[in-house]
Design a protein around this ligand. Sequence first.
Ligand code: ADP
Ligand code: MG
Length: 236
Amino acid sequence: MTPGDTTPDDVVLRGTGLRREHRAGDRVVPVLHGVTLSARRAAVTVLEGPSGSGKSTLLRLLAGLDRPDDGTVELAGTELTRLSARRRRALRRTRISWLHQEPTANLVDYLTAAEHVELAARLRRCAVDVPAVLDLVDLAHRARHRPRALSGGEQQRVALAAAVVGAPDVVVGDEPSAHLDPSATAHVAEVLRRLAGRGTTVLLASHDPRITRLADATVRLVDGRNAEPREGEDRP
Ligand code: ADP
Ligand code: MG
């Protein structure tokens, strides 16, 4: 399945004609030149492309962290690009989960795995079955551990547990396995697959084959433009 096969109702997140330049002092660096991407409900969409192609810049626009210079981002019927920064922030808190590549960046040193899930529920003002959510990410046996007592892969799975609390519209991960070893990456991939199977919409930038082979749809960027996905080329 490619993004072109989607029906409009399936699409939870859609970026259209996205342009963005970075300004470094008086230098202007054009990064995205009119990029389009859609992510379907309960599917894993993988954004791939060489380093420097604009993946992180694009994910930040789609997650409402930055605004495009041109183009639109629509999330579950709301055009993010028309919202004030304040309303965008409020919507992000409940409807969008962001997963950093550095596991500790997603977590709070002094909170246990269970407390991370509870905190997410408090921030999102929803009820949560903490043991069930931890079980979903295979961490039932680590509920009372703090980040420093967990491996990098376990830390990312705590972050995923917190990320799905309150059923956000989308979970966005920027190379979430970049700091993990192969077996931890495989486990995170298995959990991501499971979450998508239960209705979570997942959008990931990655070039790790353990992650990219999960993709229900692949979007490839080259030099800030949409390019044809390399079907199968980097799949094991
Ligand atoms: P990727 O995630 O695919 O590696 P990025 O979106 O991080 O790509 O970067 C795309 C381009 O934008 C690169 O040339 C990078 O140097 C440039 N860039 C990224 N962030 C900034 C920034 N804050 N200021 C200036 N240039 C940036
Ligand atoms: Mg990047």
